[in-house]
Design a protein. Structure first.
Length: 490
């Protein structure tokens, strides 16, 4: 599976693998041994949230997704949040898309209009409560001399769901005004009533507070290091408010994090216990039992992926576990935790791949306190890159950039109905005529050379959801795909 990348120098030749997924050697079943059928493509529908012409001043650059499942008895009230950054004219604009009916209708909000090429790498995290969702939206500032991570937190009023934690209620305040639907660029069905999205701060908050470079920060240099992530923990409550936390690469060499217990004030940044070195694609995940998971790639020396966990809501962190520990280049770990406590991770790896290629790997960890025990994976289960993993507490959804036979193609999907996992056969999403929907390159390069991850998935109630970027010969689109179970294999 060829990566189809132009490498720029000896060091970067080592650090450009695509992320893929594999399973540990202890799992003796083959990918297709589960008996699940690859019926997935017909079970998915895809709509376009935003379209562009793939040219200067008309371009989408990144996307992120998170879901609040709301009422377990109502599969059609899942509230979906998607952030995306658009290059429009001379400026970059950060948008938030909200659907309160499982993706049937949408409302778009203009969160931030940056002056020039300043805001990139949109992120979103959410925690759901009885009367509200707490939603954090962030971006990375790339204005010269000010490379920082900024976050703004919102309260979104919701219909009461007694099964959820009490949590906060939305304060009085002026909700955001929806951004008008711009046809034909905006192809989504508009909601009849806009959600009440109330900002907790008047502007975004600088959470990195740094005089050095935070996040992904290189104009035109085809940088392959850095990046950041954001998460909200519904289990770590302070005065009924969830913990909002962010992780990022600082000055290429270390991973830092910051926390907020009220969505307004943020603690001073602190270093996570990863080894210093060339750092890539840190990730943040809030587990269902209150544990927080931070992962990263350390690309200096022998590149491997690492994970650490906090059991006291981010005050302290346990020993770092090596998820890969092999001679290949391992990259971009993502985490999901099922209700039985199993910790599921995916990342890319070149160990078993042909020259100039990589494969998706899967491995599983267990936790005793803040100690992680992880079984390194040794085998790929799908041809693809930069996988993301999601769970509803039982099932698992993997979404990734498919590269069958080394050829860049579409959005890849694999699913497990349990946490063993019992993976169904992988497949790619198609349009109604059966044609593959071409996804963005796993680390898509926008015109000035900065790279981003472009696929995020979620499972909730009866559905799977994926937000992603589609790139064609004369367009770039923000896409939303929805899959109906059991047709998606879980």
């Amino acid at each position: 599976m060829k990566k189809h990348k132009t490498l720029w120098g000896t060091i970067l030749l080592l650090i450009v693998p695509l992320s893929l997924l594999s399973v540990g050697v202890w799992w003796a079943l083959s990918e297709n041994a589960s008996g699940l059928q690859p019926t997935g493509p017909a079970a998915w529908t895809t709509i376009t949230l935003g379209d562009s012409a793939r040219k200067a001043g008309d371009f989408w650059t990144d996307v992120d997704l998170d879901v609040s499942p709301r009422d377990p008895a109502n599969p059609n009230d899942d509230t979906i949040y998607i952030t995306a950054t658009r290059w429009e004219g001379g400026n970059f604009i950060l948008f938030l898309y909200v659907s309160q009916d499982g993706g049937a209708t949408w409302t778009k909000y203009r969160i931030k209009e940056c002056q020039g090429f300043e805001c990139y790498q949109a992120r979103v995290g959410v925690a759901g409560f009885q009367n509200a969702d707490i939603v954090s939206v962030g971006w990375q500032d790339l204005s010269p001399g000010n490379y920082d991570i900024l976050v703004q937190t919102f309260c979104v009023a919701q219909a009461t769901v007694g099964a959820l934690p009490a949590g906060p209620s939305c304060p009085s305040g002026t909700p955001l005004t929806p951004d008008p639907v711009a046809r034909p660029r905006d192809a989504y069905p508009a909601a009849a009533t806009a959600p009440r999205v109330i900002p907790l701060t008047p502007e975004m908050v600088n959470v990195s507070k740094s005089s050095t470079n935070s996040g992904n920060h290189d104009y035109g240099g085809r940088e392959w290091t850095g990046s950041w992530d954001l998460s909200v923990s519904a289990s770590c409550l302070t005065n009924n408010f969830p913990l909002v936390w962010a992780v990022w690469a600082e000055d290429y060499a270390e991973v830092r994090y910051s926390r907020s217990t009220n969505g307004v004030n943020w603690a001073d940044p602190a270093a996570l216990p990863f080894e210093s070195g060339l750092t890539r694609f840190p990730s943040a995940y809030s587990g269902p039992d209150g544990a927080l998971y931070a992962g990263t790639t350390t690309a200096s020396g022998n590149p491997d992926v690492f994970l650490t966990v906090s059991t006291d809501c981010g005050q302290t962190w346990g020993p770092v576990a090596n998820l890969s520990s092999n001679p290949g280049f391992s990259d971009a770990p993502q985490v999901a935790v099922t209700g039985d406590g199993k910790i599921h991770t995916v990342y890319d790896d070149t160990t078993v791949a042909a020259a100039n290629s990589a494969d998706n790997f899967y491995t599983q960890c267990t936790r005793t306190g803040n100690q992680l025990t992880c079984q390194p994976a040794t085998r790929a289960v799908a041809d693809g890159a930069f996988p993301h993993i999601a769970t509803d507490g039982k099932s698992l959804l993997m979404s990734y950039r498919a590269i069958p036979g080394g050829k860049n193609r579409g959005l890849g999907i694999s699913c497990s109905p349990d946490s063993k996992p019992t993976w169904g056969a992988a497949y790619e999403l198609t349009d109604p005529a059966g044609a593959i929907l071409s996804a963005a390159s796993p680390t898509f390069t926008v015109p000035w050379g900065v790279h981003f991850l472009f696929i995020k998935g979620a499972l909730a109630n009866q559905y799977g959801y994926v937000g992603w970027i589609q790139v064609g010969p004369n367009f770039v689109r923000v896409q939303f795909s929805k899959g109906v179970r059991p047709g998606i294999g879980c």
